[in-house]
Design a protein around this ligand. Structure first.
Ligand code: GLA
Length: 396
């Protein structure tokens, strides 16, 4: 059986075929084609909305958006992944409660940009997602950020790093208020600010960022990503429930964010609810692990980094309870077949895992995971490699 490798595709080729699709649909060429990447988070999970640290990298897999201006106050949105006629709505009617389903992520961004004072024109948009949807690799943020960049270009706004930070906030607002997924900002930040050859250390207390050179391949080590194909949706309630526990704990401890707690052992002892205490223990330990991981990466201490991955997964599985059987099987199987470390990445409840593995063991680990899924009677997992890639950009 051959493994299912999820290809990122060649950006110029994807952009050209999306431009052709746009032209076929609307009878004119698009004004431009924009791409924004998905991501994997190396470590620092469920920390962003607690003001903590995380360390994502942008994937070569991106969502592409072709756009063309129109002059009648109407917005249309079509997708290469969706059958049927495009969504059509009025530019001034794209806010909360007005658009449903996947289109709400794109329409919500156009609404949020207008709320932020950007003079978004009427637009036709066609998108093509090469980030597998529902994979926990941030297909939602990739869609939002590609549309945000496209809309800014159509509005004639100059996209510098200051504007990119504003776009992060607009995309978060769109996702929370229009799409109904109250996410924490990591995904949009890396999609807009990612760089090749580096992970992005993001401090979610003040939203400062720094680049952490990430090149395990120079030591013969790969980062393998495994899409379990198990359902992952952040609008289902589990994600919000974790946020609610963290907010309740912060209120009980008298701080705005869990990151602000100074005496962590005392805080853990004082929390009255056992479940909430485990949630908070995850947040504290995970933020500490990000700091350790940055040092391990700087020192090329790959085995130690692998142990940090393993500790992160155990904490997410046992204390935060956001893993699932498929993710645990990937992690356990990979560790038994020569991986240095493995962990779920992203929100959890399905989605993807990352595996730090010597290059010479990649085939063996992948085949073992594939076999384990077949033995369990689950759909075949998808595999991709993750060289850090650029953030959102114009490709045509
Ligand atoms: C999802 C959210 C992020 C973050 C992660 C967990 O990906 O979109 O904001 O909270 O889960 O680290």
């Amino acid at each position: 059986m051959s493994l299912d490798h999820i290809d990122a595709g060649d950006p110029a080729t994807i952009a050209a075929s999306l431009a052709t699709r746009f032209t076929d649909q609307y009878g004119r060429a698009p004004d431009g084609v924009f791409a924004a990447p998905g991501r994997v988070n190396l470590i620092g999970e469920h920390t962003d909305y607690n003001g903590g640290l995380c360390l994502p990298i942008a994937l070569p897999h991106a969502t592409y958006a072709a756009v063309g201006r129109r002059d009648d106050g109407t917005v249309t949105v079509a997708s290469a992944q969706e059958e049927g006629s495009p969504f059509q709505g009025r530019l001034d009617e794209l806010g909360p409660g007005q658009v449903k389903g996947w289109v709400s992520y794109a329409a919500g961004v156009l609404w949020a940009l207008q709320e932020d004072g950007i003079d978004v024109p009427a637009l036709d948009i066609v998108v093509d997602s090469r980030v597998p949807v529902g994979s926990g690799l941030s297909s939602s943020a990739a869609l939002e950020c590609s549309v945000a960049l496209a809309a800014c270009a159509a509005a004639g706004v100059d996209v510098d790093d200051v504007l990119r930070q504003r776009l992060v906030k607009a995309c978060m607002r769109a996702e929370a208020e229009v799409a109904g997924a109250p996410t924490g900002g990591m995904d949009q930040t890396i999609s807009l600010l990612g760089r090749t050859e580096a992970a992005l250390l993001l401090d979610c207390r003040d939203w400062s960022t720094s680049q952490v050179p990430w090149d395990p391949s120079s030591a013969g080590i790969d980062l393998l990503v495994v899409d379990t194909r198990a359902a992952h949706a952040l609008v289902d309630g589990g994600y919000q429930a974790r946020r609610d526990d963290c907010e309740a704990a912060a209120a009980e401890l008298g701080v705005a964010l869990l990151r602000d707690v100074t005496d962590q052992p005392a805080a853990l002892r004082s929390l009255s609810d056992e479940r909430v205490r485990r949630r908070v223990r995850h947040v504290f330990s995970e933020i500490a692990r990000v700091g350790e991981a940055v040092e391990q990466i700087g020192a090329h201490a790959w085995e130690a980094l692998g142990r940090s991955f393993a500790a992160s997964h155990a904490s997410l599985r046992d204390d935060y309870e956001v893993s699932c059987e498929e993710l645990d099987v990937v992690v356990d199987t990979a560790m038994r077949h020569g991986a240095l470390g493995a962990r779920m990445t992203g929100g959890g409840f399905g989605g993807s895992a990352i595996v730090l593995v010597p290059h010479k063991e990649v085939e063996r680990v992948s085949a073992a995971v594939d076999d384990a899924f077949r033995a369990a009677g689950w759909p075949a997992p998808g595999f991709l490699t993750a060289p850090p890639s650029n953030g959102a950009r114009q490709v045509r």
